[in-house]
Design a binder for this molecule. Structure first.
Ligand SMILES: C[S@@+](CC[C@H](N)C(=O)[O-])C[C@H]1O[C@@H](n2cnc3c(N)ncnc32)[C@H](O)[C@@H]1O
Length: 275
């Protein structure tokens, strides 16, 4: 089945879910104070993160609203990049002067909106585009609504489909200047390989893989593997940590690319082609 490209969706009205979380938590942020560094996720908004955010530029309110609504309405909102990571990505797109962006894992469209904002801030949007791929129909539809409400539909194309199938089906494309891997963790190696094999990454392009430290667990994988009985959540996390351990190893040993693993946010692997 080929991926469907949605230009227009008829959406039923969204159920209003009561907000029980008064102060929504900052997903994926880690303490960066030495004494608090831990191998477990720490979902609290610490002073360094708050201070860093207050000293950084603010994303437009329409993007902040996507974050707020997602954090308030969805239990798994820790899948979304954090506001400081969003600001960083908007900045990064401008730094790289990227025009063509590919994202795997749209979720509710927050990171896609941050990329689009980076494109818009550069002024000339001729040829500029974010293509974002999502497997879940519900998330794809939410992202469409969010991107539409935020006014970025001219810059964002949302594709409903499996990452591997979409990557294999993409044709008549110009290579991408920026690729963001953020879908299923057990798909990273395959996504990365197809992107390189099909020349989807421009010669001077950058690919970034998210969560490569996965709550501080990835470096501990050899020990985790040796551990005994785990509860279902720990099992799921352990599986992702193992997948990401294998991905990091795969990239490190790949002569086609050069990489830097940045220990920021939940771990970002920056990758460029050797040309
Ligand atoms: C970590 S979330 C993406 C978060 C998003 N980039 C953001 O920061 O707002 C991962 C998303 O990938 C989607 N996904 C999982 N498996 C996928 C697959 N095989 N192909 C495409 N998307 C997939 C999930 O449904 C989920 O919405």
């Amino acid at each position: 089945m080929l991926p469907r490209i949605f230009n227009k969706l008829s959406l039923s009205s969204r159920a209003v879910i009561s907000n029980t979380k008064k102060n929504f938590l900052l997903p994926r942020e880690f303490h960066n104070s030495q004494s608090l560094r831990a191998a477990e996720p720490i979902f609290i908004q610490n002073e360094n993160v708050s201070y860093a955010e207050s000293m950084s530029f603010k994303l437009p309110e329409k993007i902040q609203l996507i974050y707020k609504n997602t954090a308030e309405d969805l239990k798994n909102s820790n899948m979304m990049i954090s506001p400081s990571q969003g600001a960083f990505f908007t900045f990064l797109i401008q730094m790289l002067k990227a025009k063509r962006i590919l994202e795997l894992g749209t979720y509710t469209g927050y990171s896609a909106a941050c990329f689009a904002e980076g494109l818009r801030r550069m002024g000339n949007t001729d040829g500029a585009k974010v293509i974002s791929v999502e497997y879940g129909e519900k998330y794809h539809e939410m992202a469409y609504r969010n991107i539409n409400n935020a006014g970025y539909l001219d810059l964002v194309e949302l594709i409903l489909g499996d990452g591997v199938m979409v990557l294999e089906a993409l044709d008549n494309f110009e290579p991408f200047d920026f690729v963001f891997l953020d879908a299923n963790k057990n798909g990273y190696i395959k996504h990365y390989d197809i992107i390189l094999e099909r020349n989807l990454l421009a010669d001077n392009g950058i690919m970034v893989a998210d969560n490569v430290l996965f709550y501080g667990q990835v470096h501990n994988v050899p020990k985790l593997k040796a551990k005994g009985k785990l509860n279902p959540l720990q099992q799921k996390q352990k599986k992702s940590a193992i997948d990401l351990y294998q991905f990091n190893d795969h990239v490190k040993n790949d002569p086609r690319t050069t990489q830097v693993l940045l220990p920021s946010f939940d771990g970002l692997m920056f990758i460029k082609k050797n040309i």
